[in-house]
Design a protein around this ligand. Structure first.
Ligand SMILES: Nc1nc2c(c(=O)[nH]1)N=C([C@H](O)[C@H](O)COP(=O)(O)OP(=O)(O)OP(=O)(O)O)CN2
Ligand SMILES: [Zn+2]
Length: 149
């Protein structure tokens, strides 16, 4: 049996899309809305989590520890960004503020892929797989990555 559970989260980040031919090349921020879907084939049949595949509270803890605690209120810094992006990141770091250093441009697509890979790495020794991440950058724009096993 294929069973999934999904939990929603929000987090705030600053970013810029270096080399974008539009307003998004400017430093700006989003309250991202994140939906994370976990899949497992068997229900837990005893104890505190009986009848669940994964306690929503455990999913919350996993996402918080491996993603939100790093991302929330940080600057998403693309290592290959323009001079301005690298100077902004250097200033933020110098003042002890939060950045997340990324190998890929911080588009909604790339951030969604980064998040699903990070979560599945965290869960690699468990029977749980994160099969879908949907990341809303604005109320009307989202990227989705699916990883069906
Ligand atoms: N495929 C993608 N396109 C764009 C991304 C992205 O990550 N993937 N990102 C941006 C900007 O960072 C920003 O999110 C602008 O998005 P957009 O939906 O255009 O924002 P608006 O506020 O203009 O949305 P409206 O609802 O149309 O007012 C750009 N593109
Ligand atoms: Zn943006």
């Amino acid at each position: 049996m294929k069973l999934t559970v999904t939990k929603e989260f929000t987090f705030d980040c600053a970013h810029m899309l270096s080399y974008h031919e539009g307003l998004c090349s400017n430093l700006h921020g989003h309250t991202y809305r994140l939906e994370v879907t976990a899949l497992k084939y068997e229900l837990i049949n005893e104890g505190s989590s009986e009848g669940m595949i994964l306690d929503f509270g455990d999913l919350k803890r996993i996402v918080k520890e491996s993603v939100l605690d790093k991302f929330d209120h940080s600057f998403l810094f693309w290592e290959r960004g323009c001079d301005a992006e690298r100077e902004i990141a250097a200033t933020i770091e110098k003042h002890g503020m939060r950045i997340v250093r990324l190998k890929d441009r911080p588009t909604a697509e790339n951030i969604a892929v980064f998040i699903i890979n990070t979560l599945n790495e965290h869960l690699k020794d468990s029977p749980i797989n994160i099969v879908k991440v949907r990341l809303y950058e604005t109320p009307t724009s989202y990227a989705e990555v699916k990883n069906y096993v």
